[in-house]
Design a protein around this ligand. Structure first.
Ligand SMILES: Cc1ncc(COP(=O)(O)O)c(C=O)c1O
Length: 376
């Protein structure tokens, strides 16, 4: 009689089935698509060829809404679909009821460019940007709280930095924001699916993420969660049939985050993500996070033993960034790629990123290659 597969092994088998000898350390760019998601997409395409209409996929899209709301700790009604993280951040930042003379606080040293640009583009509205430092790639909650003043109207941070892997104590920042009635906006693109995140418990007012990284879905679908109390303070900038409550005259905005949606959703990405979430859910976010964090600590220790400088070495996340000894990050990534290792260059750093389908043997094989060919 064969033993039932352990959930982490099943995840590995589903995601690693087509990689051959490839060593995949690039989940921060795109999670590996599991077989079940590929099959869901194939079924979607078959259904279309058999004349299915978009409406027939609505139940799947709504199931995904409920599912995602559970993953980030908000109500279904507080979650809206959007195109991607950039679109979601803009919905909140550009629609927000900014008051004259007040500012947004962020940490540009380790923040994703999309949030930096979205914040800087508020300049014509009179919104200034104030910054917090991130020594060694790690922004500290205490520093964020200390940098807040009466002029701070919003704090906007990535829960995990796409660059350094630094992870911030969201609950600490969120509690300080809640106390001062400051809007707390979190870019969760590098958190959801990799680690536990919860809008209610961590006092997050606005959360934006996409589905193709930690959630192992497809690109081109994102979502935002909005604390209901703030809904009247964010004006939708575009309108479509999904945004309104048309049952009465004069018409009104939908009484939910749906007011930020306009037309058809990316239903092919939705069906893929739904299948992936079922698989991830069978492992559970706590087991996923535990495995990833242990593996990161192992990888960091191995790289530091090779005298490589690692950013945010103590962070409990899935991202490890190193500065090469010689040559550029792009050159090192290319050299690794030629040896079957998929990593990413981000600025001057080489970024290795993990998911729960990576195993200790992947790290050992990576280190063998680094040592054998002196790739530092
Ligand atoms: C933290 C973070 N924010 C934003 C983005 C941009 O996401 P999108 O292309 O979905 O707008 C990424 C990754 O691409 C990211 O890692």
């Amino acid at each position: 009689m064969s033993m039932p597969e352990a959930p982490l092994d099943r995840l590995r088998a589903q995601c690693w089935s087509s990689t051959g000898d490839l060593l995949y350390f690039n989940s921060a760019a795109h999670g590996l698509l599991p077989d079940c998601a590929r099959i869901a997409v194939e079924q979607y395409l078959t259904d279309l060829q058999h004349g299915a209409s978009e409406q027939e996929f609505s139940p799947a899209v709504e199931r995904l809404r409920t599912n995602l709301a559970q993953w980030v700790g908000c109500a279904d009604a507080d979650l809206a679909f959007c195109q991607n993280v950039s679109a979601g951040l803009n919905i909140i930042l550009r629609g927000f009821a900014w008051e004259p003379g007040r500012h947004i606080l962020l940490c540009p040293e380790i923040e994703h460019p999309t949030l930096i640009w979205a914040a800087r583009a508020l300049d014509p509205l009179g919104v200034k940007v104030r910054t917090v430092p991130a020594p060694r790639g790690q922004v500290l909650a205490e520093d964020v709280v200390a940098a807040m003043s009466d002029e701070t109207q919003m704090v906007a941070l990535s829960a995990v930095s796409y660059l350094s892997g630094g992870r911030i104590d969201l609950a600490k920042v969120g509690a300080a924001c809640r106390q001062r009635h400051v809007f707390f906006l979190v870019d969760a693109a590098q958190s959801v699916g990799f680690a536990r995140i919860n809008m209610k418990e961590q006092f997050i007012d606005g959360l934006v993420a996409n589905v193709h990284k930690g959630l192992l879905g497809l690109a081109g679908l994102g979502f935002l969660g909005v604390n209901r109390q703030w809904l009247p303070h964010i004006r939708p900038l575009v309108v479509g049939q999904e945004s309104v409550d048309s049952r009465q005259e004069p018409w009104q905005w939908a009484d939910s985050a749906r007011r930020f949606e306009v037309g058809h959703r990316n239903s092919v990405a939705a069906v893929a993500t739904l299948a992936s979430l079922e698989l991830l859910g069978s492992v559970g976010i706590d087991a996923i996070e535990r495995h990833i964090v242990n593996l990161r600590h192992y990888l960091v220790n191995c790289l530091m033993a090779e005298n490589l400088r690692v950013l945010a070495p103590d962070a409990d996340s899935h991202i490890v960034a190193i500065e090469p000894h010689q040559g550029s990050a792009a050159e090192l990534v290319q050299a690794l790629s030629a040896r079957g290792v998929k990593a990413a260059a981000r600025g001057q750093y080489v970024r290795f990123s993990l998911h729960a389908y990576n195993v200790y043997d992947d790290v050992d094989r990576l280190l063998d290659i680094v040592r054998r060919d002196n790739l530092r």
